[in-house]
Design a protein around this ligand. Sequence first.
Ligand code: NAD
Length: 433
Amino acid sequence: MNIAMIGAGYVGLVSGACFSDFGYQVVCVDADEAKIRELKAGRVPFFEPRLTELVAANASAGRLSFTSDIGEAVRRADVVFIAVGTPSRRGDGHADLSFVFAAAHEIAVAISDYTVIVIKSTVPVGTGDRVEDIIRQVNPSALFSVVSNPEFLREGAAIEDFKRPDRVVVGAPDQRSRAIMERLYRPLSLNRAPVLFTDRRSSEIIKYASNAFLATKITFINEMADLCERAGANVQQVAIGMGLDRRIGAKFLHAGPGYGGSCFPKDVEALIKSGRDYDASLRIAQTVALVNDERKHAMGRKVIKACGGVVKNQTIAVLGLAFKPNTDDMREAPAITIIRSLLDAGAKVRAYDPVAMDNARRVLDGVDYAKDVDHCVKGADAVVLVTEWDMFRAIDPAKLKQLLKAPVVVDLRNVFRPEDMEKAGLAYVSVGR
Ligand code: NAD
């Protein structure tokens, strides 16, 4: 089976590399020629554990290649995936579908034999119909089906998630495309991954509903953390007690500074907009978006309060910038809002992240970037842990006390044990404990 993957970003490159690892012939296409040059030279343009090795192994085996010539790739393909970005349209929260529609135009021009066109990008309900219309208009004689196959992988664990997913969702409009999708995902069915076939619109909604539900879980436990702080309870114990109920489950019940990243914020917004478009008011999703947005600002205030209410001319060390560990992705990272609040209040911010500092420099001005944890923390008036990289778990509280000018530690991920920090003489503030 020949696959063309349009868009060689996180999702396209990971999916393309994994499909080629299953033995399929995959061509990854990207409009960004610099990205294609990097990939041809064996360099993966973002951080994802084990991806460079997977790409190299399959490229050298001749199963994975890269091009910016979409026509060539589509003509040869049995299955064409659309895995381009669907960012939030500035100002109105709708998903910007211009990249998806541009790809659909280019595919339409190049289709030769019957082709399955699979939308892997996260797109609002009804987008499959619109892509079908575009292709029919541009190339009325084309033989094709448009399938929805949303992606659920997580950055930082993307390869494992792709190869051992909780489920694969396929919204296929006819038997012919369904049979091809069944064949395509056979390696995963053999690995016992459930492959769920639905109608196309349901598949489109499953993706948004899943992300909005997870965002709701995070936001819910964050509000419980606020209650625990005021009522003298411990949100970690509350989360364990809730999570043991199998109807609830323990995952996504970690209180913290609010969700961020390239998916949850924009997907919750886009779902709310779909609700408006179809006259279905999605009040839970609306509230989640509002509460989460407010939380990132509240975390800035929490840090300032821990520093005695004034941070003017104080140096605040920030550990962790990426929106979560094991990625260099800074999109909608809580660290951005928190650092901006501190800078606005007159603080000097010194930050360290093992992989996200290059991306952080593009979005955060006025920050001093340190080369390691010690240089970040040394002489600071307070340290704030924003992203729970494993390397931060090894920080010795006694050494931290020595390095800091003032012994203030704000742990927004509940990584440390309060008793250890207090024993070391640190003034320790965490979330919901
Ligand atoms: P990305 O920005 O990393 O990559 C998108 C790529 O598409 C870019 O390299 C861009 O140059 C390319 N592109 C845009 N238009 C093109 C065109 N017409 N032809 C060829 N290439 C084109 O985006 P991503 O993070 O991979 O996300 C892609 C989609 O998958 C989005 O809809 C996103 O919501 C969804 N998704 C992302 C994740 C994630 O963790 N990143 C997880 C699940 C789903």
